[in-house]
Design a protein around this ligand. Structure first.
Ligand code: FAD
Ligand code: NAD
Length: 472
């Protein structure tokens, strides 16, 4: 084993948290190394998460639209067929372009890239088991752990990524399954169900809770998107838990029962997607050698400056610690953690981190939902505006959904924005900025928004919160 010079910062993990921290540290003039074991940079997000899933969501939407939504627009289309192999290639091209881009940014910002698995030998030394064989080690004054997360397995159902799949298998199927069962109606479940249903699969989603989209999604918004997804052909079994799975035969048999006990049913599927959440990944990191502990959910425990208890020079960012498992949250933490090193201060506003589900229409929200405000006893007012009354949505023949504002009843300060509608994921940026700046709904309602745009629905929902919308 060889040893290199001591670094100011070693980052273990080249996902969004890790690569952003490494680039930022390079920009700040630190001597930095980043260790990544998968052979390419960008982590879950660029390789098997955000990016490939959005490529498939975009292209499957186009395919579905060409099949079902052209005639009334005056476009006659003949002989439409799916070339799944090419759709996967297009996805791979996007992924490769972006992961190579990060490698380029490493070079540009003087980040030394180690392709291999990092493991703590002692609090300042990381051994690297190199991808191509051999071993080296690096010493660092500071070390960031950014090892991310992995799919939570379903007990008794062995993942083979062909018949019983996680999202990683779901972005790489070689054929459209005839019947697909999705365990879990959270964001991964709904995005992947959308892709395969659009491409021709008969998809049933089994969700333990009484609503889809996870508990963060506002209940009104969840009901609204569920109706639209049902119109698109998705089937839902809510308040239902999967109790068992059997993949020993040709297909997979999934046993379910009503969440509160009682009614049992067996569902047949060619492919089963397990999408019941993700858990922090810290296997093989040698944590036992430095005495860092995880909580009951496997998350590395940190303080408000991302430091681990036993070692103030070791910080943790991204999916392997607390907070929502989102790429942009990881990115904010990466910048803040480096700023703690170089400037002694850093900040992430966890109340203003948007969530987006990239179905069609998209769902996006920021801040608190009605159930959360009620639980806290906050007095609030509500303003909504439907896309059926928005001129641009009407011209686009794409009018499903609404914008909903929640604001403090007395001060009018915006507490939450919830959108289901076309391009909601772009529109939520305005809501996030408003929340970050502590804006009132009147601030938004009195701001000029270009006509005709979808964003006018955003303005009018704000107007409906402190007064009245004009067009509804
Ligand atoms: P990761 O991206 O998981 O990166 C950690 C990296 O560390 C990995 O590459 C791993 O190989 C490496 N590693 C682990 N241990 C070691 C070790 N010992 N040595 C060296 N390297 C190691 N989020 C969004 O915001 N928007 C989306 O649209 C979105 N879509 C998603 C779709 C899917 C299908 C999935 C699964 C996730 C999606 N996410 C999305 C979540 C997003 O991918 C994560 O929040 C994000 O990747 C977290 O970044 P991270 O750097 O903390 O972890
Ligand atoms: P999730 O926690 O969002 O949803 C899992 C769902 O499975 C929950 O609704 C839960 O009630 C249900 N469930 C759990 N056990 C069940 C059982 N036995 N039977 C039936 N239902 C059951 O998790 P996910 O969808 O797997 O996503 C994982 C993470 O990845 C999330 O943190 C998410 O934010 C992130 N992600 C984000 C995006 C995005 O931002 N667009 C996309 C994909 C993934």
């Amino acid at each position: 084993a060889t040893e290199t010079e001591e670094k100011d910062l070693i980052v273990i993990g080249g996902g969004v948290a890790g690569y952003v921290a490494a680039i930022k540290a390079g920009q700040e003039g630190l001597k930095v190394a980043c260790i990544e074991k998968r052979g390419s940079l960008g982590g879950t997000c660029l390789n098997v998460g955000c990016i490939p899933s959005k490529s498939l969501l975009n292209n499957s939407h186009l395919y579905h639209q060409i099949l079902h939504d052209t005639k009334n627009r005056g476009i006659d289309v003949k002989e439409v067929s799916l070339n799944l192999q090419q759709m996967m290639k297009a996805k791979d091209t996007s992924v490769q372009g972006l992961t190579k881009g990060v490698e380029f940014l490493f070079k540009k910002n003087n980040v030394e890239y180690f392709k291999g698995t990092g493991a703590f030998v002692d609090p300042h030394t990381v051994a690297v088991n190199l991808v191509g064989g051999g071993e080296t080690s690096v010493r660092g004054k500071n070390i960031f752990i950014a090892t991310g997360s992995e799919a939570t397995p379903f007990p008794g159902l062995e993942i083979d990524e062909k018949k019983v799949i996680t999202s990683t298998g779901a972005i790489a199927l070689e054929q459209v399954p005839k019947k697909m069962v999705v365990i879990g109606g959270g964001i991964i479940g709904l995005e992947m169900a959308s892709v395969w249903s659009r491409l021709g699969s008969e998809v049933t989603i089994v969700e333990f809770l009484g609503q889809i989209g996870g508990p963060g999604m506002d209940a009104d918004i969840s009901k609204n998107i569920q109706k639209t997804l049902q119109k698109q052909g998705l089937k839902f079994k809510l308040n239902t838990k999967v109790t068992n799975g059997d993949a020993s035969g040709e297909g997979v048999k999934i046993s379910t029962e009503a969440a509160k006990g009682g009614k049992e049913e067996v569902l047949d599927a060619d492919v089963v997607l397990v999408a019941i959440g993700r858990r922090p990944y810290t296997a093989g990191l040698g944590l036992e050698n430095i005495g860092i502990e995880t909580d009951t959910r496997g998350r590395l425990v940190i303080d408000s400056e991302y430091r681990t208890g036993p070692h103030a020079h070791i910080r943790v960012i991204g999916d392997c610690t607390f907070g929502p498992m989102l790429a942009h949250k990881a990115e904010e933490e990466a910048v803040a953690a480096v700023e703690f090193l170089t400037k002694s201060y850093g900040h992430v506003n966890y109340n203003a981190i948007p969530s987006v589900m990239y179905t069609h229409p998209e769902v996006a929200w920021v801040g608190q939902n009605e159930a959360e405000l009620k639980a806290q006893g906050v007095k609030y007012k509500v303003g909504t505006f439907p896309f059926t009354a928005n001129s641009r949505a009407k011209t686009n023949l794409d009018t499903d959904g609404l914008v909903k504002f929640l604001a403090d009843a007395e001060t009018d300060r915006i507490l939450g924005v919830h959108i289901v509608g076309p391009n909601a994921g772009e529109m939520i940026a305005e809501g996030t900025l408003a929340l970050e700046y502590g804006a009132s709904t009147e601030d938004v309602g009195r701001t000029s928004h270009a006509h005709p745009t979808l964003a006018e629905a955003f303005k009018e929902a704000a107007m409906a919160t402190y007064g009245k919308a004009i067009h509804y």
